[in-house]
Design a protein around this ligand. Structure first.
Ligand code: AMP
Length: 414
């Protein structure tokens, strides 16, 4: 099956086409055929498409909305110049998988999208007002473009965390607000944490039951997850992705009274303060320079910038605190796994997060750590480290494609 995987933002659309089926999943032989990104939908859009083994196609075009963007993709996909084996027309796309941010309490697994599911997702808009409407735009557009005969599947960022126990997902506020408004920790990046746990099982030959690990998805958005017996039992992001670790532009955990205090001091509205906490805080807010880890490292190397260093120190310190906290929550872990842009590419960050954790028996091998970059997968701890530390490059699109395939074929989604 050729699965079109879509990740729609309010003005962006990321896609991949992945060839997969149950046999290919079993053999781990599913294959990416092409990928692409369209940004600035609604004005002169920026387009970058890439077929494996060929140089990228880059262009701009006035794309009014997600539907027009999808038509543009299909035209490119099926053109003679693009020539992707097995893709000649619209009929060669057999199913569509949508990355969907918020499944609320209803969607605990990936599901085939029908009218009832769409209504459920619309009901969740108030939980994720930034993300869910954008995901829905992609679903409406794909329905119109592909018609009802092409199955569509929703894969939710929150689903993997639906196994968290009450004591982890409830906040210490009056219980009635959970009952009335479903205010609780949902957690995000679930697709990534789930993929990392799956790769860990493949690398070690362990069963799901034996999988007791701490996964660290460290990208521009960042979260940690405590995985016990293969299930998420706690994670750092909460009711929204703002909670938890310090991130590229998000503040992570703060005392909630800061919001009210800042509103008074700055004469700011609640929206303005949340804009500060979401878009102007974190690594960007502390360094005053950038939210990009690579640029920070350059600043430190070239100018010994103190606040750039402070931003990295804080980023790592907060990760380390959660490692300790999840060790306690799980009565110890069998491994720590780093992933995503920073986790896969910044050895100094990994080293700092794991420094002075001999107490837990964690020791990083500097040489292995320095080598494990740019998509490499493997162990970065010393042979005598009591707890092995891994770098595992994430692949959320693969999970989306496989779930789509399984849901369409009525195979169990695991
Ligand atoms: P993601 O959100 O997973 O795409 O990750 C984006 C983050 O990864 C940004 O902060 C990037 O600066 C960071 N990143 C990517 N490559 C590197 C690298 N070689 N060294 C340090 N950070 C990197």
């Amino acid at each position: 099956m050729n699965i079109l995987v879509l990740n729609c933002g309010s003005s962006s659309l990321k896609f991949q086409i992945i060839e997969t089926d149950l046999e290919l999943i079993e053999k781990g032989a599913d294959r990416e055929l092409c990928r692409g990104l369209i940004e600035r939908i609604g004005s002169e859009a920026l387009i970058t498409f890439k077929v494996e083994g060929k140089s990228p196609f880059k262009s701009t075009a006035p794309l009014r909305d997600h539907k027009v963007a999808l038509h543009y993709i299909i035209k490119w996909l099926t053109s003679d110049e693009t020539s992707i084996p097995g893709i000649k027309s619209l009929e060669d796309i057999h199913a569509i998988g949508h990355r969907t941010v918020h499944g609320g309490e209803r969607f605990k697994k990936s599901v085939r999208i029908d009218n009832d599911v769409i209504t459920g997702m619309e009901d969740n808009i108030e939980l994720a007002p930034l993300h869910n409407p954008a995901n829905l735009k992609g679903i409406y557009a794909a329905r119109e473009v592909f018609g009802p005969s092409v199955p569509q599947v929703g894969i939710f960022d929150t689903s993997f965390h639906s196994t968290m126990p009450e004591e982890a997902y409830l906040y210490g506020i009056p219980y009635q607000y959970y009952r009335r408004y479903k205010i609780r920790k949902y957690g995000f990046h679930g697709t990534s944490h789930r993929y990392i746990a799956y790769r860990y099982r493949l690398l070690t030959g362990k069963s799901r039951e034996e999988t007791n690990i701490i996964t660290l998805h460290l990208g521009n958005g960042a979260s940690a997850c405590a995985i016990k017996h293969g299930k998420s039992i706690d994670t750092t992001m909460g009711f929204t992705p703002l909670e938890g670790l310090m991130m590229g532009t998000r503040c992570g955990d703060i005392d909630p009274t800061i919001i009210d205090f800042l509103m008074h001091k700055e004469g700011a509205s609640v929206e303005e303060v949340f804009n500060i906490l979401n878009k102007r805080s974190g690594i960007l807010g502390i360094s005053g320079l950038t939210n990009d880890m690579r640029d920070l490292e350059v600043e430190i190397m070239e100018h010994k910038d103190r606040r750039a260093q402070l931003a990295i120190d804080m980023f790592c310190y907060k990760i380390k605190k959660y490692i300790g906290s999840y060790m306690a929550a799980m009565n110890g872990a069998d491994a720590i796994c780093f992933s995503a842009g920073i986790g896969e590419n910044a050895p100094e960050v990994r080293e700092k997060c794991c420094a002075d954790l001999e107490f837990f028996g964690i020791k990083i091998d500097k040489k292995l750590n320095d080598k494990m970059i740019r998509g490499k997968e493997g162990i970065i701890s010393t042979a005598d480290s009591k707890i092995p530390v891994y770098v595992i490059p994430t692949n959320e699109e693969l999970v989306l494609a496989r779930d789509t395939c399984r849901v369409v074929l009525n195979a169990p989604v695991v």
